[in-house]
Ligand binder design. Sequence first.
Ligand code: F0G
Length: 440
Amino acid sequence: MSSASLRCIEEGCLSEYPIHYPHLLCSACGGLLDVQYSFHLPLDAAGTKAAFERRKLGHLPADLSGVWRFHELLPFAADLSQIVTLGEGNTPVYEGRRSAEYSGLESVRFKHQGMNPTGSFKDNGMTTGVTRAREEGAAAVACASTGNTSASMAAYAARAGMRAIVFVPAGQVAYGKLAQALEYGATVVELEGNFDDAMRIVREFTAESGVYLLNSLNPFRLEGQKTIMIELMEQCGWRPPDWIVLPGGNLGNASAFGKALHELAELGFIKKMPRLAVIQAEGAAPFYELAQLPGGSNINPVGHPVTLATAIRIGNPVSWKKALRSLAWTGGVVEAVSEQEIADAKAVIGRDGIGCEPASAASLAGARRLVSRGLIERSADVICVLTGNLLKDPDYTIAYHSGKLAFEKDGKQMVIHGTMTNRPVRVAADKDAIKRTLDR
Ligand code: F0G
């Protein structure tokens, strides 16, 4: 039987705590905690992989979840019959021909986490986070969010019969996401401030009230997000690609992906380490700045993060130390891309018949940059992770296609050039007029 504990990630500390330790940070030094395992798998790697595969044909909720069918690699839950699940994960991998052409690659694939029950990768982490909250006997859960975390937490809390309280930056959350949180019954607190303010407030609020915190500094959420990589490796026949490219905001995914790949390599499930490329929006890129400094070891928060990709409008990411470790484990890199690049990449992904929300498109925009810089070879095997569904942020998409997408920078209005705009055409309700328009 494998065993689980919590361990501080700070090299000089490494304090250990039992799995039921009621705090999310190290009480000795305030550092982030990892869920740490001593793995004793009942089967060898090949046998365990076969068990993962077989469960897809199963009937139990844990078998049908693309998170819990990998439970041997996240062995912290006491009772798999008590999980809170919406059948998350099991997301597709798509080839993108136009996207490959656009980025200068011979081919590119997308792991589409936007095909989750609430439309984002947050569901992978929320099934484990809310399951953990239930094990702790929590009656209420809370998070700060740029939108997707709140939508996902609200849904899973509703399934578990818990109260959900979400703190979001007022006026900065895409409509699809806000609509979800409201519909799933969360108490939505719109704060006058940005995400980083909301994060500070929710930490204070949960510390005082005892409400269970479900941001990604909760290590149990990251355990669920690990399965995005486990499932991806399975989809690649356990032959890792050369590069995995993902957007970076609060850096929970970057942290979880690195931990997953590190554990898979240690357990002998994969023989090669793929490299992670974390992509930030230029106006919200503290992790990119940190990675540019040789030996850089401290993040310099961005006071006023700016990007139309509101999901990653984050200036002070909580998981940057874990993300730094992921770069070290995987030979990873960080890149930053402009608003124009994100908008164009998103439109190209749409033309491949796939689509995604703005933050997700930073992945393809970043891959393109890294190819043009010669860091990623044209013939490399590259997988971009699309983190959220196209329908999350319809306002952005409509604005782009009508040539009205704009943002403010240093007090100036910056307009995005709609290089791939696709405006609707208005025609009289007349057969010949329609024919003339279509022939044009
Ligand atoms: N993509 C999407 C669609 C997101 O919603 C987020 C984060 C990210 C990328 C960045 O991921 O934080 O793991 O680096 N959204 C959070 C939220 C902050 O509140 O929904 P990360």
